[in-house]
Write a protein that binds this ligand. Structure first.
Ligand code: SAH
Length: 481
């Protein structure tokens, strides 16, 4: 330890409170807050409160705490392992502190750090796993912010997993030699198949996986998660996606996933870009399949990160088939698909009562054939159509849909870079849509939404899709007159 490192003035320890008395003195919200905090433990809670407020009274009743309904006396602290002076009255709190000290008890005076023997931490509770955050009373709000960040990082099932682990400790110690093998077992236990089964609530599968791992002597098996990264904003990543990225050995990602999202992953995870930007395929799909299988067979924890949702135009079907054939375990983590992000940016109801009750996800590329695809008739019937990868064929989509009978006046919304800071919104009609193809000012991914429900969107932040052409036409018309 370097000598310049600041010293801790309030050292964190975990104190056994089961069956011990914790006395809380007070009537109001300070007492209630401490009661709620200590109520997360198995301590016997004694509330000394002559006139409890309604919330505190309700809490006492609901939690079966012991209630001393008398005014505070030094004797009411008798036998307590911890005391909270939470009256909100400075004189009384000071008296409680003095009494506690005279009786040799540890005391916390709410909001008076100078009177405290101990501080209560902000807690992330995954009992028996507990994370306690303290600031020595200096910055409680900061402690809460850190708490919520850690809370998001840790799986809700972590406590159950730790409890299961403790039931395996004896067996692991008996069967696996101390050192590498045992460490490998626990590493895989907490990040591999047992953890994954627990995460989705399959307790029996977690037990089976823990047994199997023991039979394999802790040898790791690979796993591939096909993870939806969402449309690009980092905070549209799901908590599960983030957790898996934090545990990954390797992140295999598409070109459409922004750097900022990939950076949310574990810092020392290997990153493999597999390209697939329009026009420059850095790896073929079958090379990607082979790569995932090879990484999985190599015992690695792989996150295959795809933009949006992995099951929407993500070629996940082929990757799943390859992994299945190779016997590599995998899972799917859904993500926010581009159509939903674009609709949110546009405040556009994808289904609209009385207007549109179905929705089509398409690339529009099937409109090029001689036979119109089924979804064209859905569009005519009022479905909202989301066109992925539709920029370069915008004119075909518009022409064929109009030919098929969809009104040229049907509303169209276009979003470039949905959900991202650099997003741009455009609106127009189906007749304007061909203009999209010729706009060379768009460089980001583009989502096109067609249908009557689009008329319900908010157009205050969008520009006309085909403004130049219309303006020119209006000008020409003006000149003629
Ligand atoms: N699996 C992805 C789609 C991959 S196909 C998903 O569920 O969203 C790639 C197409 O998705 C792009 O051509 C574009 O049409 C659309 N797209 C992806 N991200 C987008 C974004 N941020 N804004 C607009 N469109 C996007």
């Amino acid at each position: 330890m370097s000598s310049s490192e600041p010293k801790i003035n309030a050292f964190p320890i975990f104190m056994k409170v089961k069956n011990r008395v914790v006395a809380i003195v007070g009537n109001g919200e300070e007492a209630l807050a401490k009661a709620r905090l200590m109520g997360q433990s198995s301590a016997s809670i004694r509330i000394v409160s002559d006139a409890p407020g309604p919330e505190l009274a309700a809490w006492i009743a609901a939690n079966g705490a012991a209630h001393l309904a008398s005014s505070y006396q030094a004797e009411t602290l008798a036998g307590a392992a911890l005391v909270f002076a939470a009256t909100g009255d400075e004189t009384l709190d000071r008296r409680i502190v003095a009494d506690a000290h005279a009786a040799g008890l540890c005391v916390n005076a709410v909001d008076r750090p100078e009177l405290c023997d101990f501080f209560t931490p902000a807690l992330v509770n995954r009992a028996p796993v507990v994370v306690a955050i303290g600031t020595e009373g200096a910055a409680p709000v900061l402690a809460q912010q850190i708490r919520s960040r850690i809370d998001r990082m840790l799986s809700p099932s972590l406590g159950r997993l730790a409890t299961l682990a403790s039931s395996y400790r004896a067996a692991v110690e008996r069967i696996l030699p101390k050192g590498t093998a045992r460490r490998a077992y626990w590493t895989e236990f907490f990040a591999g198949a047992p953890a994954r089964a627990m995460e989705i609530g399959h307790y029996d599968d977690a037990v089976a996986a823990a047994d199997e791992l023991l039979a394999r002597q802790g040898a790791t098996v690979g796993h591939v998660a096909l993870v939806g990264a969402g449309p690009g904003a980092e905070d549209l990543l799901t908590l599960r996606a983030h957790r898996l990225m934090m545990e990954a050995d390797v992140i295999v990602h598409d070109a459409l996933v922004p750097e900022a999202v990939i950076a949310m992953g574990r810092r020392d995870a290997e990153r493999i870009p597999v390209g697939k930007r329009k026009g420059c395929h850095s790896k073929s799909q079958s090379e990607i399949n082979d790569l995932l299988v090879a990484l999985g067979r190599d015992g690695r924890r792989v996150v295959r990160l795809k933009s949006g949702d992995p099951l929407v135009f993500g070629r996940a079907g082929e990757e799943m088939a390859a992994l299945r054939d190779a016997g590599v375990s995998y899972e799917i983590v859904p993500g926010v698909t581009a159509a939903f992000a674009a609709a949110a940016d546009f405040e556009l109801p994808l289904t609209l009562r009385g207007v549109s009750s179905s929705m089509v996800f398409t690339t529009g590329h099937d409109l090029k054939g001689d036979v119109l695809p089924d979804w064209a008739s859905l569009a005519i019937g009022g479905a909202t159509v989301a066109v992925y990868m539709g920029r370069s064929i915008a004119a075909d989509v518009a022409t064929r849909l109009i030919e098929a009978g969809l009104s040229p006046d049907t509303a169209v919304a276009v979003v470039e870079n949905a959900s991202r800071a650099e997003k741009r919104l455009f609106h127009g009609t189906l007749a304007d849509l061909p203009a999209l193809q010729d706009r060379d000012d768009l460089s980001g991914p583009v989502m096109t939404i067609i249908g009557d429900a689009v008329a319900g969107a908010n157009f205050t932040r969008s520009r006309a899709l085909a403004a130049p052409r219309r303006a020119a036409a209006a000008l020409a018309a003006g000149a003629d007159a």
